[in-house]
Ligand binder design. Sequence first.
Ligand SMILES: Cc1cc2nc3c(=O)[nH]c(=O)nc-3n(C[C@H](O)[C@H](O)[C@H](O)COP(=O)(O)O)c2cc1C
Ligand SMILES: Nc1ncnc2c1ncn2[C@@H]1O[C@H](COP(=O)(O)OP(=O)(O)OP(=O)(O)O)[C@@H](O)[C@H]1O
Length: 209
Amino acid sequence: MSLLSLVVTFIKDLIDLMKSEVLQMRVFRNNQLKLEQSVVTIGAFDGIHRGHQALIKKAKSQAELYGIPLVVYTFDPPPKVYFQNQSILTSLPEKKYFLEALGVSYSVFASFDEEYALRGVQDFIDELSDVNPKEVWVGPGFNFGKGKSGTIEDLNNAFKAYQHPIVTCPKGEVISSTRIRQLFQHKEAEQAYYLLGRNQFVLSGINGQ
Ligand SMILES: Cc1cc2nc3c(=O)[nH]c(=O)nc-3n(C[C@H](O)[C@H](O)[C@H](O)COP(=O)(O)O)c2cc1C
Ligand SMILES: Nc1ncnc2c1ncn2[C@@H]1O[C@H](COP(=O)(O)OP(=O)(O)OP(=O)(O)O)[C@@H](O)[C@H]1O
């Protein structure tokens, strides 16, 4: 092998290594993550459907604008699965896979249990302060804290909080995890995958990772 081809191979390997480091999302549990600055988006994100994707992409574009990391703060299990025994749309490995594919730098998976659900609004805001959010992005109707008492106004009192407009189907029908669960229950899988923004074959192989 010539010296030139050795150098070319070395540079290619280096670029691949850098790419894999850039793409790798770091995953945290509860309040272990501390950052100097970030853009944060929050939610249950079960399914990572078209509405979730639009919100995360907007937060990602803001993070890129400032050159700071994007943090997705989410819950395991999703609160509705915990409280209402709803079926889960995306397993933990699937959720991590889709978040990473959207370019998320850090994800926080808060263990959602009885103790966590009792935490108050200020307690949650204090935890978010650990990542020093320059902007917080949520969708319409987002709430948090014990008894769902926290709103975007509470977030906006502590940080700069922004609300992404609702993403709907072309005919105006709502896109939500609840609706997707109902579509699967009624054997309307094609419409469910449309709202998810992917077909059923995308998931094969992810759960084993
Ligand atoms: C600290 C904390 C406490 C919460 N406590 C409750 C609760 O008591 N009851 C409830 O139904 N949901 C509770 N939630 C879940 C929120 O209502 C909501 O599902 C979550 O913030 C995700 O928002 P999303 O469902 O709009 O994605 C809590 C969330 C957080 C962060
Ligand atoms: N269609 C949508 N358009 C824009 N933002 C959305 C949409 N659906 C959810 N969001 C936002 O995404 C985040 C996660 O929402 P969440 O997981 O509660 O979604 P959901 O689909 O409404 O779930 P569920 O039906 O279980 O209430 C929240 O900030 C929420 O406001």
